[in-house]
Design a protein around this ligand. Structure first.
Ligand code: NOJ
Length: 559
């Protein structure tokens, strides 16, 4: 296990030049000076990241599956929302056994999404709009159709045999996605190969230096094209226990990928970090450490020499429950702060039930959760469609696509009110989420009280407030069913109160506060009277703070 050395600041590199492709850094902001003297790589701390799941975002060629040209057409939606960074789930060549997480060529785009030229255009168009681009890097496994694996399985003495993990005997390790044993027998060469996911996703052997070199080549390929960083798929899985010992949790039916935590994964990450840091422009690594333990997750920041940020998924599973959220948030504060590890916050993604669905379909709760997501200390990640309050798609048994049963959150984004909701095909690859017309982007732009406007206002407010972007986090005394906290940076101060209860509750705050954002469409800009409505969240600012002059207020963008 790697030890976290608290005194080593994260990312102390100073990179004076910006490459042709990468985004220039954010303009100097005097309010950031205190942090800036300690850390020059602030853009990703202040970022709001928007996850694009390309199959379901937007479809330019009318085949019912989203594509890169479709993303380009809709980039202005992301910009109007106010997010500044997009993470795009895999776009590479793939047989699509796991919707693109089974890659047969890391250095090309799958024809279903477009071409390499489209990827270049997308990076350029995003940068032109001030959006940074993160791609999904999938280091743990390739597709079984990748030429490397085809070679590896061709004979025991093939030079690429050792690029994958072959054994004479299986152990009890289990694969994820309901795939049973993590070992598949190869009849032709008489050995088993390892796959922590589907049999079509053989695991690479990162202990082989040629694999390291080849995968570093993949990173360089995309860094040279100007991407601003990567989301790293199952970053905790590349290292495996070299003794291949059975694991009791696997015996009990749990997939190894849920808890694999071999020290070698840290070595892999250190190598990747070194490479990425050698590029100018503050490129960033966000790791998917899919282990439900914040104490373990924090180890993957290393001594400031592994991930810049890691996902921490306990809030992604959390029901609408103040105790669960309070525990998750306190834990992040207690464990990440001393390690100088910058937190991330995720409520939904393409692998898990959408949070509105998880909260019993309640739009009211989803609105309160939005206030929480965008006011916690750390970088928020928005999964496409949560800004619309979408729920999971209802998929009939005959329509199921994903072998892991994760179709629910992957429904197409409804852009327009009228069917086919801005998609050009008669039939999309998955059905639309419920209430597609009422929740469409077009409908919500025209309604000032919509979820979309709530997200937009929250992001805009966050951007304008150093306290919300970079400030400290301190919990405030509150009734047990209310979560209240203060964010502070210099003399900028905000308070957030979230009432999880289905009844009104009072909260006793020191000082006078004005409601800057209300999760309920109740009318802003009123003095806070200390009462929280059922399942209401409010963002408060000091009552006597000078208010922005009208000419300083920005007009909201619309795509
Ligand atoms: C995590 C990804 O988010 C998921 O969609 C995928 O199935 C697995 N990793 C395997 O790549």
């Amino acid at each position: 296990m790697t030890t976290v050395i608290a005194s080593v600041p994260m990312n102390v590199n100073v990179r004076p030049t910006v490459p042709a492709g990468a985004m220039p850094g954010p303009p100097a902001d005097p309010s950031q000076t205190v942090e800036a003297t300690r850390d020059t790589s602030l853009w990703w701390k202040s970022a709001v990241v928007y996850q694009i799941y390309p199959r379901s975002f937007a479809d330019a060629n009318g085949d019912g599956v989203g594509d890169l040209a479709g993303i380009i057409e809709r980039l202005d939606h992301v910009r109007a929302l106010g997010a500044d960074t997009i993470w795009i789930s895999p776009i590479y060549r793939s047989p699509m056994a796991d919707a693109g997480y089974d890659i047969s060529d890391y250095c090309d785009v799958d024809p279903v999404f477009g071409s390499l030229a489209d990827a270049d255009r997308l990076i350029g168009e995003a940068h032109a709009r001030g959006l940074r681009v993160l791609l999904d890097f999938v280091p743990n496994h390739t597709s079984d159709q990748h030429p490397w694996f085809i070679e590896s399985r061709s004979s025991r003495d093939n030079p690429k045999r050792d690029w994958y993990i072959w054994r004479d005997q299986p152990n009890d390790w289990r694969a994820a996605l309901g795939a049973g044993s993590a070992w598949t027998w190869d009849e032709a060469t008489g050995q088993y190969y390892l796959h922590l996911f589907l049999p079509q996703q053989p695991d690479l052997n990162w202990r082989n230096p040629e694999v390291v070199q080849a995968m570093h080549g993949v990173l360089r390929f995309w860094l040279d094209r100007g991407v601003d960083g990567f989301r790293i798929d199952v970053a905790h899985c590349t290292g495996k226990d070299p003794t291949f010992a059975d694991h009791p949790r696997c015996l009990a039916g749990e997939p190894l990928a849920d808890f694999n935590d071999d020290p070698y994964s840290h070595e892999v990450l250190r190598g990747i970090r070194k490479l990425v840091d050698s590029y100018p422009g503050d490129r960033v690594l966000v790791g998917e450490v899919n282990i439900r333990s914040t104490a373990t997750v924090v180890q993957y920041y290393g001594a400031g020499d592994e991930l810049h940020m890691s996902f921490n998924f306990p809030p992604l599973d959390a029901p609408w429950d103040p105790v669960v959220f309070r525990t998750c948030i306190r834990e992040v504060d207690a464990l990440l702060q001393p390690a100088q590890a910058w937190p991330t916050w995720v409520l939904s993604n393409h692998d898990n039930e959408r949070h509105r669905t998880r909260y019993g379909g309640s739009m009211r709760r989803a609105r309160a959760a939005a206030v929480m997501l965008l006011t916690l200390r750390g970088t928020p990640f928005i999964f496409q469609g949560e800004e619309l309050g979408l729920e999971d798609v209802v998929v009939e048994p005959g329509q199921r696509v994903d072998p892991g049963g994760r179709d629910g959150p992957r429904g197409p984004i409804p852009w327009d009110f009228a069917p086919p909701h801005g998609w050009r095909a008669a039939r999309t690859w998955l059905p639309f989420p419920p209430e597609a017309a009422a929740l469409s982007v077009q409908t919500q732009w025209s309604q000032p009280s919509s979820m979309l406007h709530l997200y937009r206002t929250l992001i805009e407010t966050r951007r304008a407030s150093p306290a919300l972007r970079l400030g400290s986090w301190e919990e405030l005394p509150s009734p047990p069913e209310v979560l209240a906290y203060c964010r502070r940076h210099g003399d900028d101060e905000r308070v957030v109160c979230i009432n999880f209860a289905e009844r009104p509750l009072p909260i006793d705050l020191e000082g006078d506060w004005r409601v800057a954002i209300d999760s309920l469409p109740e009318g802003l800009d009123r003095r806070f009277d200390g009462m929280l409505q059922p399942e209401q969240a409010v963002l408060l600012e000091p009552l006597h703070r000078p208010r922005p002059q009208p000419q300083q207020q920005r007009q909201p963008l619309q795509p």
